[in-house]
Design a protein around this ligand. Structure first.
Ligand code: AMP
Length: 492
């Protein structure tokens, strides 16, 4: 989901897609709201700026949405008590720019002639501006500035009669990445876009036969509520969950999957399994590839915590160079990106990490991190490690250079702010102030993940942020209305 849609002028390049989200839902579970709060808590890394929930008690829908973390919003039992019933869905949202207004906090909810409908969205729609303009011309009154509201408006004007048919009608008009958890009076639904860019999984909770169902962005949310993993919701699939069980609907023609590779590199929680693969193990394997491709003589392998830890373990085990926690992270600080201005970001890095001086002094250090975005973090960390007495600093990055913005639901700044979009590796090394800098190659990344890569007929992952190959068209990014229309015509 992204917001600021109203602010985007006709045909303008819209750099407001700075959203990351987590979604969760339960069907037929005692204390559904408390369980959902736990699930959202496990998914907190996917979004820390707002949290919301819609619960259904069989007669009425109840909701609570607020700015801040899951704990800020659902840590109080009185709030949970106001969300009765055995059914609930929830959403975490993380926006670094754009509006963080309460009206954009999800799940979104609307009353229709068929009953209530709530939806929580992870991903970004790439034709939301276009759709919104069309819908406004048709008289739709938008209540928020988030792209996800087009789902609600399209369902509202659909001529089909059932909820599921209206939903399918809406899905056929949107372009982009979407993993949705939706709720009506009759069912909870889990939906993934045809390329399956963002994750969504199905789990079982309670005893077979009488138990309930869980939908979540990641398996770490199943673990916390004691649910068992059943399977991924498949790309292009709608699962409809009610008291009769789970029905699978496939309204789209089958396409080859393009799951987001950045979920493995950075975004997902290491304890999660994605598509049957442990995120932690995948990161370690990327670290090993990095050591094979870019070895250097040194005394220590030091991760930039927390994101660089698994890759550093992999690098150390492959190279035989000892792993040490040469940088200690303050656990009480949010992610660096949470503060939008450059000044605060610089401050944030210092607050977040401190050097472990006795470990670093007089050592040749290999620093490992998962990615370089603007280069701010690396520059500060390298400075700190040198001040602590390190003799040499070699930076190793467990992703290829991030050269392009993501329009499918990972927060990235606009392209001009991505260091790698305008600097060579040597230039970046100079700027960051390291003795050497190396990124894992795109082939090394695919080797580590064990999936068809760039030399195969079609790469398994969406790697647009690393290659500029966008597998889903970006009509809202087209620089003029004619180009937008011709892009849409190509798609249809
Ligand atoms: P920068 O300082 O701009 O180069 O940011 C790089 C740091 O941000 C790395 O340590 C990454 O772990 C982290 N990072 C990368 N992508 C994201 C993202 N989408 N959201 C938040 N943090 C990120």
């Amino acid at each position: 989901m992204a917001d600021d849609l109203q602010a985007a002028p006709e045909g303008a390049d819209n750099d407001s897609f700075h959203e990351e989200c987590g979604v969760f839902g339960v069907w037929n579970v005692p204390d559904a709201a408390a369980v959902t709060a736990l699930g959202l808590h496990a998914l907190q890394h996917r979004g820390q700026e707002s949290a919301g929930m819609v619960a259904y008690d069989g007669e009425k829908f109840h909701s609570h949405r607020g700015l801040g973390s899951v704990g800020d919003n659902f840590g109080d039992q009185k709030v949970i008590d106001r969300l009765p019933g055995r059914i609930a869905i929830g959403h975490n949202r993380y926006a670094t720019t754009g509006e963080t207004a309460l009206r954009n906090v999800q799940p979104l909810y609307a009353d229709f002639e068929f009953g209530g409908f709530a939806v929580a969205h992870n991903g970004n729609l790439t034709n939301a501006n276009l759709l919104r303009r069309t819908l406004v011309r048709r008289g739709c009154l938008f209540q928020s500035t988030t792209d996800s509201e087009v789902f609600i408006q399209l369902i509202a004007i659909s001529l089909y009669s059932t909820v599921v048919d209206r939903l399918i009608d809406a899905l056929k008009q949107v372009i982009g990445a979407w993993s949705l958890v939706a709720l009506s009076n009759e069912a909870m639904m889990g939906i993934r876009d045809p390329l399956g860019v963002r994750p969504l999984i199905l789990g079982r909770i309670g005893s077979e036969g009488t138990g309930g169902w869980v939908l979540a962005s990641e398996t770490c949310a199943l673990d916390i509520v004691g649910a068992d993993f059943v399977r991924d919701v498949e790309p292009g699939e709608i699962v409809v969950i009610n008291d009769k069980g789970v029905e699978s609907i496939r309204p789209f023609a089958r396409k080859a999957e393009r799951f987001c590779v950045f979920e493995y590199i950075y975004f997902a929680r290491p304890s999660s399994l994605m598509e049957g693969t442990s995120v932690y193990e995948a990161r370690k394997r990327i670290g090993r590839e990095l050591a094979i491709e870019s070895s250097v003589d040194a005394d220590l392998v030091v991760p930039v915590p927390d994101s660089g830890v698994p890759a550093a373990i992999g690098y150390s085990s492959q190279s035989g160079i000892p792993f040490e926690l040469g940088i200690i992270r303050n656990q009480y600080i949010g992610r660096t990106f949470i503060e939008p201005t450059e000044h605060i970001r610089l401050l944030g890095v210092k607050l977040k990490h401190s050097a472990n001086r006795p470990i670093l002094k007089d050592k040749r250090v290999i620093l490992v991190d998962d990615s370089i975005v603007r280069g701010t973090t690396s520059k500060k960390i390298v400075e700190m490690v040198r001040l602590a007495g390190a003799r040499e600093v070699h930076l190793r990055i467990s992703s290829p250079p991030t050269t392009h913005s993501c329009f499918y639901g990972i927060d990235t700044p606009e392209r001009s702010q991505l260091l790698a979009s305008s600097h060579s590796v040597d230039q970046m090394a100079d700027l960051i102030g390291v003795d050497s800098l190396a990124f894992v190659s795109i082939d090394g990344l695919y080797r580590a993940l064990g999936k068809p890569g760039r030399d195969d007929a079609q790469p398994f992952y969406c790697d647009a942020c690393l290659t500029g190959d966008y597998p889903i068209p970006l009509p809202d990014q087209a620089d003029n209305a004619d180009r937008q229309m011709s892009l849409l015509a190509e798609i249809r």
